[in-house]
Design a binder for this molecule. Structure first.
Ligand code: FE
Length: 337
């Protein structure tokens, strides 16, 4: 049987990743964007001489690993969002990593007890509030977003986006499915416009006077401040760290997992360990505006200036496992309609 054209193309693209010029290499499938991870990989190569080959993907990462099976050239998977990390593990395409370095660098709540995934950075899902139209202390909790006082004043991206699903999952973890459905309907009733765009679009809408508060991840503030067009959006808002009424501020992760196939296992472990090192954690903090996880490292001066917060204490893995329920009730609530 001749391979189909599709198979041939796939084989060719894998050949390019599997046959690098360097003798020593490691292969990564990444949902994270090149500008976010390339500075880290460059630093790793400079330190170790090990080349990092990266296939950047937008979707279908789990399906690709499953289809490739034992022949997959991938050693590591890098992505944001605990549910995505968990999905890779649940598909059975990862293997545990045992490393004293990782156990020392990454706090226990940010890694899988069985070693199948490791968090590398965190980010808080916070409120961007209009400097002009929202007073200090006017919004302090996620629950409050459903209060009718916000009618027509909230902007948010799709409720089915991974970041929002994780927030909704955390709400379920705190208050249960029924109360969270009521909350979703309350937030929806307060929206100034149908959910669309990304986290930064919502801040643009605040700048334009469409709404007064929005929900977004912390590091987008840094991205907006560094962008000539978007700086005015950022300047029109301040960051509020909301909490759950009975908890803290919702955080999510970026992280890494080792594939079951991992043909370059030793180099892959070296790369994960490097990513958890003080040097890499500082690159994450300074370049990406994320919160480093390693003890003794800290957020960049800019990010630290936004304020401090207590991360919510619901285990991230519990949040990952509530994803399906979260998606179901978000759709049932007609959140995006
Ligand atoms: Fe993001």
């Amino acid at each position: 049987m001749f391979p189909s054209l599709k198979t041939t193309v796939l084989a060719a693209s894998l050949a390019t990743i599997a046959l690098p010029a360097f003798a020593d290499f490691v292969n990564v499938y990444s949902y994270r964007q090149p500008e976010l991870v390339n500075p880290l990989f460059d630093a790793f190569t400079a330190e170790t001489g090990i080349k990092v080959n990266v296939a950047f993907l937008n979707k279908g990462l789990v399906e690709k690993l499953v289809a490739e099976g034992k022949r997959s050239p991938a050693d590591l998977v890098m992505t944001v969002d605990i549910s995505r990390l968990n999905a890779v593990v649940e598909a059975g395409v990862t293997q545990p990593v045992v490393s004293d370095v990782l156990n020392a660098n990454i706090p226990a709540e940010f890694r899988d007890p069985d070693g199948h995934w490791f968090g590398l950075t965190s980010r808080a899902r916070i409120i961007y509030a209009s400097r002009d139209r929202v007073k200090d202390g006017e919004v302090t909790t996620y629950e409050d977003l459903a209060d009718p006082k916000w009618k027509g004043r909230i902007c948010i991206r799709s409720g089915t986006n991974a970041y929002n699903l994780a927030l909704t999952s955390a709400m379920i973890a705190h208050h249960g499915e029924e109360a969270t459905t009521t909350w979703l309907k309350g937030v929806k009733a307060n929206l100034a416009q149908k959910p669309s765009g990304n986290d930064r679009s919502q801040v643009k809408a605040i700048y334009a006077g469409v709404c007064d508060i929005s929900i977004g991840n912390t590091y987008y503030m840094k991205k907006m401040l560094e962008n000539d067009e978007q700086k005015v959006w950022a300047d029109s808002v301040r960051i509020v760290f909301p909490t759950f009424e009975d908890g803290g501020t919702h955080v999510n992760l970026s992280g890494v997992a080792m594939t079951k196939a991992a043909p370059n296992k030793e180099n892959a472990i070296k790369l994960i360990e490097f990513l958890s090192s003080a040097k890499a954690q500082e690159i994450y903090a300074e370049t990406n505006g994320e919160y480093p996880l390693k003890e003794g490292t800290s957020a960049s001066e800019l990010v630290a200036g936004w304020g401090s917060f207590d991360a919510d204490d619901k285990p991230l893995i519990e949040i990952a496992k509530l994803r399906a329920t979260s998606l179901k009730i978000t759709e049932q609530a007609g959140f995006d309609e």
